[in-house]
Design a protein around this ligand. Structure first.
Ligand SMILES: [Zn+2]
Ligand SMILES: [Zn+2]
Length: 212
């Protein structure tokens, strides 16, 4: 298993088994440079692998609370590396432990170490819950605002988008000439079930704000 080899690059991480479920645990020594600033620390981490791994990415806990709970941690205790849809799309590009560490975990640690030193985020951050999720979709779909994003998602979820008809983004162009390409880019990587799930979550969360 390739994941076992990857772990050997990190001598202080080791595999354990709990009820037939593999866990990768130990000290992760992280050292990098960002904008010319050396960043370095060691973290006591536990990687959990969901049963449908590698369809779904691993989940990571930081066991020593070096990173405070208020800094991007989910209510279930796992690190909030980014929004679920961004995590899904990033991990899907190369669903391996190595790429997970490189493309999701390390950027998270950079943002923490940077924040810890300078009290600001090195790049933007997403809000938690439905706001962050809808902002992710807004950016993925290159839409203007949240309102357009929600109505766009609604039309998509209801199968109401037709190639020759006008694009639900409101540009006045046909869907084919407007958002058709962006949507087809994500069609294979974002299962419709996931989109519906996210849409329901977004609408549920924003209900008070936008629909009352
Ligand atoms: Zn977060
Ligand atoms: Zn459009």
């Amino acid at each position: 298993m390739r994941e076992l080899e990857v772990a050997s690059h990190f001598p202080d991480l080791s595999w354990r088994w709990y009820n037939d479920i593999p866990l990768l645990k130990g000290i992760y020594h992280f050292k990098t440079e960002y904008r010319g600033v050396p960043l370095q620390d060691s973290f006591n981490l536990e990687f959990n692998f969901p049963v449908d791994y590698p369809d779904k990415p691993p989940l990571v806990r930081e066991l020593d609370n070096k990173i405070p709970a208020l800094f991007h941690r989910n209510p279930d205790g796992y690190l909030c590396l980014c929004t679920p849809v961004e995590q899904h799309l990033t991990f899907l590009q190369e669903p391996t432990l190595e790429s997970f560490i490189l493309n999701l975990l390390n950027p998270y640690l950079i943002s923490w170490l940077w924040y810890d030193s300078f009290s600001e985020m090195p790049w933007g951050e997403r809000r938690h819950g439905s706001m962050g999720l809808v902002e992710s979709y807004r950016d993925l779909l290159k839409l203007k605002d949240i309102r357009h994003t929600i109505s766009f998602m609604l039309e998509y979820v209801r199968n109401k988008i037709h190639h020759k008809e006008s694009c639900p983004c409101g540009s006045g162009l046909s869907f084919k000439k407007c958002h058709g390409n962006i949507v087809s880019k994500y069609e294979n990587s974002l299962p419709k079930g996931q989109l519906i799930y996210d849409f329901v979550y977004i609408v549920g969360g924003l209900n008070e704000k936008y629909f009352n």
